[in-house]
Design a protein. Structure first.
Length: 271
């Protein structure tokens, strides 16, 4: 009598189910730990157990277990006022800074541009259906637009998105459109924006993502000729008049060209 092996390679279904359940539990625990770390901000540098419980909705016993694990790993540090970012994060922060920090000449250009145009300067890179701010120089004016380094913004609108999507595939545009407030039909408008930006060499936006917010962006090009980043000026729409947008665009195109010619270290080098 022959015995037929299971289609899963000989592993009983019960074992497969247990393994999958264990994997899911592990992923869930990792996500919960990351959610706790994400609660730490400049405005809230320490957290109490009660604050973590209230913010996450997790049981206190679960929070205590996760916090203990994070503390043992050096990712959290216990103080008299609560838990703060641990020294283990500093190693990762140092590594991230070395990987993502722009060259000194580029940082100088951004400072000079912000001082000259008096608007916030950002550099964005594409990450699937999002754009990520990797560098910023704030406007010196009291009323200004600020996006924190590391923030992810949607790609369905905005000057930087129009520039970053120049080489995007139809499939990517469709996924972005589906996540937009306008639905799948937004693909056509996206493509029009992208084509216009490619012809002009820059893009602009006025109140597309947030009312009262405007931006102008120019592409930073990699060695292969593809767009690897976007250099942008952003601020209140009232200050982005037609004349000023033209001045911003000229400045951005020149500096973005210089940055492209200078080249970038990782993560831009492969562009």
């Amino acid at each position: 009598m022959s015995v037929k092996e299971p289609a899963n390679g000989g592993v009983p279904a019960q074992q497969m189910s247990a393994a999958e359940s264990s994997d899911q539990q592990g992923v869930r625990s990792v996500q919960r730990a990351l959610d706790i770390l994400a609660l730490l901000t400049e405005d809230r540098p320490t957290l109490s157990i009660r604050e973590i419980v209230d913010a996450t909705g997790l049981a206190k016993t679960t929070v205590l277990r996760l916090v203990s694990t994070l503390e043992q790993s050096g990712l959290l540090w216990a103080t008299a006022n609560g838990y703060m970012a641990g020294p283990g994060l500093w190693r990762w922060a140092h590594l991230a800074r070395r990987s993502w920090e722009l060259p000194p000449d580029t940082q100088r250009r951004m400072r000079e541009l912000a001082a000259r145009r008096r608007e916030t300067v950002n550099v964005y890179v594409a990450r699937d259906i999002y754009r990520v701010c990797i560098a910023q120089q704030e406007s010196p004016q009291p009323l200004r637009h600020v996006v924190h380094v590391g923030d992810e913004l949607p790609m369905w609108a905005g000057a930087s998105a129009k520039v970053l999507l120049r080489d995007a595939s139809p499939g990517l545009l469709e996924r972005i459109a589906r996540r937009s407030p306008y639905g799948p039909g937004h693909v056509k408008r996206l493509q029009e924006w992208i084509d216009e930006a490619a012809v002009k060499g820059y893009a602009e936006s006025h109140g597309e993502r947030e009312d009262g917010l405007s931006a102008v962006a120019a592409p930073i090009v990699g060695r292969s000729g593809s767009v690897v980043a976007a250099l942008a000026l952003s601020g209140p729409t009232v200050r982005f008049t037609e004349a000023r947008v033209a001045e911003f665009a000229a400045d951005l195109k020149r500096i973005a060209r210089e940055m492209s010619e200078q080249g970038f270290a990782h993560p831009f080098g492969a562009g």
